[in-house]
Write a protein that binds this ligand. Sequence first.
Ligand SMILES: NCCC[C@H](NC(=O)CCC(=O)O)C(=O)O
Length: 448
Amino acid sequence: MTQAIEANFDGLVGPTHNYSGLSFGNVASLNNVARPSNPKAAAKQGLTKMKALADMGLVQGVLPPHERPHIPTLRSLGFLGSDAQILADAAKQAPKLLAAVSSASCMWTANAATVSPSGDTKDGRVHFTPANLVNKFHRSIEHTTTSAILKATFNDSKHFAHHPALPSVDHFGDEGAANHTRFCRDYGEQGIEFFVYGTSAFNAAAPRPQKFPARHTLEASQAVARNHGLNPDKVVYAQQNPDAIDAGVFHNDVIAVGNGNVHFYHQDAFLDTLRMREDLLRAWGEQDKPFYLVEVPRDAVAISDCVQSYLFNSQLVQRADGNMTLVVPAEVKENSNVWNYLSHLLQGDTPIKDVKVFDLKQSMSNGGGPACLRLRVALTQEELAAVNPSSLMSDTLFKTLNQWVDKHYRDELHEADLADPQLLMESRRALDELTQILQLGSIYDFQK
Ligand SMILES: NCCC[C@H](NC(=O)CCC(=O)O)C(=O)O
């Protein structure tokens, strides 16, 4: 049998990366509002992580940034005239709206979509549903372009099925793979799809957070599971602990991560931990590999440590020897509770055997760690061969993209700069060139 693999598709940080405090409930986004950003450093930090994972022998892909500021959204909201006029009017009349349509938030591709590998789906294809991200206006405008990018990257209907986003209303709030994990013995076999939601929209009695929004609903996850043709016996749902959301855990991937036969999560991540454990063990059943439930006790690491360090927003990746590496942000090393816990974990009886640390400070300052920056797509060799080859990381692509960033990106950006018509022109020139580098065709409005 040919070996299936799990590829990571990272979002390349766009030229308008900035700190606008747009994400209520996301502590880092709120704390860093109005700080100057460095889009050039942000893009390079992301590229360095992508290249390092490719060098570890993993398949690494790149998804391009979206067109920002998004002039078509401003036009649809009544701004008229030339692009420069629209920017000037929006900056004056609705500066927060201009910031929202300028966000580089599509870099966090864990929120791009939910992906079900072919081993799990009825028709044996890989299924994609772009997330509607309806809870945040600046993110709710992503799914149309995300859909175009996914279709251009996974462009073969024999292997890949693309669904539209769910209805854009709170009832179907969908944050994509940030709340979705897949467990399996082998990436090509039937696995368990684990959906985590913030609340249930159609059940008024369901527990919900008091302070911050629950961005993802049970009903959204159920609809995705139906559309993807998943086997109900191999789907597990779990509700996030509402208190965790109120403590700043706006996506489940801030407090849990899974891969293969390992679920690594915090004691306070879920509303009903016992049930989550039982449901996963039942779905796993009898296999020649044990299932590891690695629960981090609150006495060792508090929720506040998780939110501050992003311990769980790590990538748990497969090594050639069958063990796993945890890819963490530098903040993990700076938090002594977390670092001590990790040192202890690596000695224990779990497949997690080493840690790799990356500086992702630019993304982290908006609440996005290593796991937020990647969308996982498990692929058989035949499916991998059908992926757009120009989207896959290599020595050449790494060099080309670094040069491209050097040529087009600024190293300092303030919120006021978003009104600069030059920034719009620079971004469009950059993205036009990028679609040629990645051979994606015309995916942006300005190219049509
Ligand atoms: N998965 C990580 C997502 C982080 C993202 N932050 C933001 O959109 C912050 C943007 C700003 O505040 O400028 C969010 O909360 O959805």
